[in-house]
Design a protein around this ligand. Structure first.
Ligand code: PBG
Length: 324
């Protein structure tokens, strides 16, 4: 037998493997989600997300400084809203002195170069835990879009660089773009959750923010996981309406969607490795069933290889520490 092709040559040492590696990933490519709570001096562990915390505003200082030192330059803010401030209109979402608005100002003062992105959706503010306004059993589209676009302006006023609408209402990207421009925030960008699936992998996040839907599910607005052509349709529309970056969510079980979108569009593509993806790796590692660092790295590189330019992940800090 004469073997003429020996592909193992390019795997023969770490240096050779590094030389020909096709996929690279650095801290520059990450968005770090942060959970912010009311109060002082609080760093609450999230039971369903081992190693992740809810932080009070004052505790953001050390966090932001640490992110900076690790080369992580972009954060995505989520707030946990006390029950007493929840309603069905998103009133607190527009409060100029609300926790979100205060957090944006705080971070921008601390580190003006940090890219501040904000979640734009009503679920943390909703007595029903839904991303929009509820009438009867329906999540009404246009009235929700109205509030969401005002919410984005309120975040921009506080200094946010990107609004990240995660609600999946129809027409919200255009409404947000128009409202931002009218208010003089042409510089503020939109990272749209363009293809967001109704996914069970959001479970731990809903614990973290106490934002699980009080009735029903989110299948009338988030996408059906049996579909992929629909993702292209949603992404195209968001780009047409003014999205600067489009995001696919979740990531790990949707690598085919990330690749299809990447091949289809000419804007940066982001992917969100969501809470359930993080917690699955953490849980298996805690049981000694797999190596946490290796599994983390493999999952992140796979998302990047699939075509994600940008990755939102709860592993961002662990990744940055591992490669430094
Ligand atoms: C809310 C929102 C969710 C996530 C991000 N924004 C939850 C949901 O849609 O129910 C999930 C993030 C995660 O699981 O890490 N609009």
């Amino acid at each position: 037998m004469k073997i003429t092709k020996r592909y193992r040559r390019l795997r023969s040492s770490e240096a050779v493997r590094n030389l020909v590696a096709e996929t690279t990933l650095t801290p520059d490519h990450f968005i770090v989600p942060l959970f912010i709570i009311e109060g002082k001096n609080k760093k609450e562990p999230i039971p369903s997300m081992p190693g992740y915390f809810r932080l009070s505003l004052d505790m953001l200082k050390d966090e932001i400084l640490e992110l900076r030192s690790l080369g992580l330059r972009s954060v995505l803010l989520f707030v946990k809203v006390p029950d007493a401030l929840k309603d069905n209109e998103g009133k607190e979402a527009l409060n100029p002195h609300g926790l979100m608005q205060k957090s944006i100002r705080y971070i921008k003062e601390l580190d003006p170069e940090m890219i501040v992105m904000t979640d734009v959706a009503l679920d943390p503010y909703s007595i029903y835990g839904h991303d929009g306004i509820v009438m009867g059993k329906e999540i009404v589209n246009d009235a929700s879009v109205e509030v969401l676009s005002k919410m984005a302006v309120s975040h921009a006023l506080a200094g946010a660089d990107f609004a990240a609408p995660s609600d999946m209402m129809d027409g919200r990207v255009r409404a947000i773009r128009e409202r931002l421009d009218e208010a003089g925030f042409e510089r503020a960008g939109i990272l749209s959750y363009a293809a967001k699936y109704a996914s069970s992998f959001y479970g731990p996040f809903r614990d973290a923010l106490d934002s699980a839907p009080g009735f029903g599910d989110k299948k009338t607005y988030q996408m059906d996981f049996r579909n992929s052509t629909e993702a292209l349709k949603e992404v195209e529309l968001d780009i047409e309406e003014g999205a600067d970056i489009v995001m696919i969510k979740p990531a790990g079980a949707y690598l085919d969607i990330i690749r299809a979108v990447k091949n289809h569009v000419h804007v940066p593509v982001a992917a969100y490795q969501v809470s359930g993806e993080y917690s699955m790796i953490k849980a298996a590692a805690a049981n000694g069933w797999l190596d946490e660092k290796q599994a983390m790295m493999e999952s992140l590189i796979a998302i990047r290889r699939a075509g994600a330019d940008v990755i939102a992940s709860y592993f961002a800090k662990d990744f940055a520490k591992m490669i430094s």
